[in-house]
Write a protein that binds this ligand. Sequence first.
Ligand SMILES: [Zn+2]
Length: 129
Amino acid sequence: MGFTIIPICKHCGYKTESISVGGGRMNHLTVCGAPAWNIENNEIEGINLYNYKKTIVIRKKFLYFFNRKVIVEKINDKYVPYYEPRMFIEDKEIGTHNWNNKHYKKRKNFCPKCKSFNLDFIDGGIMFD
Ligand SMILES: [Zn+2]
């Protein structure tokens, strides 16, 4: 069972719909929700971390005529999840929302609209299956 958070900026008033963090009882192996900054449309969106990192296979030539498959982990660079250190101001006084080993600051997060660190993640409640 996960929970939801609502991003609200105290500086400019930017706010989005509630965002799911973690996964439900039935889908926690395939879904791990997280708030992330969408660089393309400059909005905060919920993403699935299981889709965020994907492995791609590339072919590399070696010894002139053989192809070798090389697996590379590629990060979806359209999104920056809010557990990244550059997305908040480190302040030990501020509590976190936690899911597994991912931590989201309750305050002082980056706001994509006014580019300040005044965004709060307020409690949106428990998410049931
Ligand atoms: Zn703002």
